[in-house]
Design a protein around this ligand. Structure first.
Ligand SMILES: C[S@@+](CC[C@H](N)C(=O)[O-])C[C@H]1O[C@@H](n2cnc3c(N)ncnc32)[C@H](O)[C@@H]1O
Length: 197
């Protein structure tokens, strides 16, 4: 496994325990920013009723492809290149768009692209599911998240832990309504929005 992620190893089981309920009636998942592909592998193996479409930025694509070629399963599709700000997302079918730990890595313009692109590509009745750390009314949910954001911004001043209210406003403006906000281990959230029929 290239670029193995220890955090994926820790969070995949708790995320799966939530996803299996939200995805019980879903068929086609598009994952944005799949990284090493660990989540794609872990979730697709446990939810055999789904097709899982991993994606990555061009610069990170080869690592994802190599990992999935080495370990992929029947319901994991060949990964595709996707930058959330590209003019048209290369998506066949998606009743779910899922992303983990990406919104605090992207700059805010990319976060805006993400919600616009997701809303445009989720089928009516589908869901958008986002996992990661968030602030609420500007407050961190833990001291460790405040420390994490300082570290993030030393690397890239455009990155940062997003305000829940700001992302929910983007979702709302794009026609996505909040269905669930699940508090997860290690001061993370799982946010679920639905697109009406
Ligand atoms: C911290 S990694 C998370 C990877 C994986 N989802 C996980 O949970 O381990 C953040 C990911 O966001 C992706 N990313 C950053 N900017 C992006 C953009 N504009 N469009 C699509 N993906 C992006 C990066 O390529 C990277 O794989």
């Amino acid at each position: 496994m290239l670029n193995f992620s220890p955090s994926c190893e820790r969070n995949q089981q708790p995320i799966f325990e939530q996803l299996q309920g939200f995805l019980a009636d879903s068929r086609h998942v598009l994952e944005v920013g799949s990284g090493s592909g660990q989540h794609a592998l872990f979730f697709a193996r446990r939810m055999a009723w789904l097709n899982w479409q991993p994606t990555e930025l061009a610069m990170n694509y080869e690592v994802l492809r190599a990992n999935l070629m080495a370990e992929g399963g029947d319901n994991i599709l060949l990964p595709r290149m996707l930058d959330v700000c590209q003019s048209r997302w290369d998506v066949d079918q998606a009743d779910v768009i899922f992303t983990a730990n990406t919104l605090h890595i992207m700059g805010w313009p990319q976060v805006e692209c993400f919600f616009a692109g997701a809303a445009a590509n989720i089928e009516p009745g589908g869901q958008l599911i986002v996992y990661g750390p968030f602030r609420y009314n500007g407050e961190y949910t833990s001291a460790s998240n405040a420390e994490f954001e300082r570290w993030l911004q030393q690397r890239d001043p455009a990155s940062g832990i997003r305000n829940f209210e700001a992302v929910n406003e983007l979702a709302d403006a794009a026609g996505l309504k909040l269905r669930a906000d699940v508090t997860m281990p290690a001061n993370n959230q799982l946010l679920v929005w639905g697109r009406s029929e």
